[in-house]
Design a protein around this ligand. Structure first.
Ligand SMILES: C[S@@+](CC[C@H](N)C(=O)[O-])C[C@H]1O[C@@H](n2cnc3c(N)ncnc32)[C@H](O)[C@@H]1O
Length: 350
């Protein structure tokens, strides 16, 4: 029997059942099924004592429906379900009281906040959750709703972003897509400014006419967290499996990256002129890959840049020239120009 409890909180759980035939189940059922399957697959390798799932819903009728629908699930024996009636803001404090270890970094905590609508979740709550060193958050950032807030409810946007800086950064009258994406950039910047939050990525959901509809933003304090989140999203992107879609069948474009070649060019521009070495240097490139590209590591980008003559790679003794992972690479110099007969600026330092 393991020693660790994982706490999962769905802060805006909803009724958990929908009449939409394409998406009959809500996020609580999706989470319970995914967790149960994972625990079953792990079998005796599982080191967790329990996964405690809290589902918070404010509206009484939806809460009642949620309780009823949770009763018909058949979770793994180590999964415990706790529906809570009330607001996220109030009830998360109860969850914290019951699980002090999950809010002090001893146990992992994952919060899913899907308020869907113009109100959002106040940034100071996000900050409080991410104060715990093993916590992660998956946020639904309603790009549509927040675009309307620019004109109609600017103070809500101040609260959701935890800053009024957007007021000078978002151009009045700019098109919705451009403004919404700018707001996402600001939100990500705010998250990355929190102590220890080094891994932030967003996944875009488009509506049937390919407009940006809403954005899921994930923030973690450990690279493994973002790796796993990207792997899951990538699977859904390929299968076309949907998350919650508010009653309409949406088209999903979770990853907007234009492919590794495009990413490798941006990667090269970011590091041009520098020599990156050692495991800390490799970590820096990995963080870039995780946060700024669809990839999980810099391997594919380094390969492209080396073939294109845009990097010089020094490998550790005995490592093959066709390996680009952290075990093989000692140092990478990002050249200002390709090494194909053209002048290369600067000496290579290894
Ligand atoms: C978009 S729905 C959630 C859908 C759910 N995540 C799913 O995929 O099935 C948002 C829910 O949050 C509830 N809600 C709104 N404000 C809330 C608050 N402050 N605290 C808790 N629940 C709230 C609404 O009643 C609504 O049911």
């Amino acid at each position: 029997m393991g020693q660790c409890d994982v706490v999962y909180v769905d802060g805006f759980a909803g009724p958990n059942e929908y009449t939409n035939p394409g998406h009959p189940h809500g996020s609580p059922t999706a989470a319970v099924n995914a967790i149960s399957t994972t625990l079953s697959d792990l079998g005796s390798e599982c080191i967790l004592r329990s996964v405690k799932c809290y589902f918070i819903e404010d509206r009484r009728d939806r809460y009642d429906h949620l309780v009823q629908s949770l009763g018909s699930l058949n979770p793994h024996p180590r999964v415990q379900l706790y529906p809570l009636h009330g607001t996220f803001e109030d009830r998360i404090a109860d969850v914290q009281r019951e699980n002090p270890m999950a809010f002090s970094g001893r146990y992992p905590l994952l919060v899913f906040a899907d308020p869907f609508g113009a109100t959002g979740i106040p940034f100071n709550m996000v900050r409080r959750i991410l104060e715990s060193p093993c916590s992660e958050i998956l946020l639904n950032f309603d790009a549509d709703g927040h675009f309307r807030n620019i004109r109609d409810n600017p103070t809500i946007l101040d609260e959701a972003l935890g800053t009024a800086a957007w007021r000078t950064e978002v151009r009045a009258g700019a098109p919705m897509d451009m403004s919404s994406r700018k707001l996402v950039v600001i939100m990500k910047r705010q998250l990355l400014a929190l102590p220890n939050v080094k891994y932030v990525f967003h996944f875009e959901m488009q509506n049937a006419s390919n407009d940006l509809n809403y954005v899921l933003i994930f923030a973690s304090q450990h690279p493994r967290g973002l790796e796993k989140m990207k792997e899951s999203m990538r699977k859904m992107d390929q299968t076309g499996t949907n998350l919650f879609s508010d009653g309409s069948v949406n088209q999903f474009a979770l990853f907007r990256d234009k492919g590794t070649r495009d990413a490798s060019q941006r990667f090269h521009s970011r590091f041009t002129g520098r020599t990156i070495s050692g495991s800390r240097g490799y970590d820096e490139m990995t963080t870039y890959a995780l946060n700024e590209t669809g990839d999980l590591n810099p391997i594919a980008m380094l390969r492209i840049l080396e073939v294109d003559g845009l990097v010089d790679i020094k490998r550790k003794q005995g490592k093959r020239s066709n390996s680009w992972n952290s075990e093989a690479v000692e140092a990478v110099t990002f050249l200002r120009e390709a090494r194909n007969g053209k002048a290369v600026q600067g000496e290579l330092e290894f």
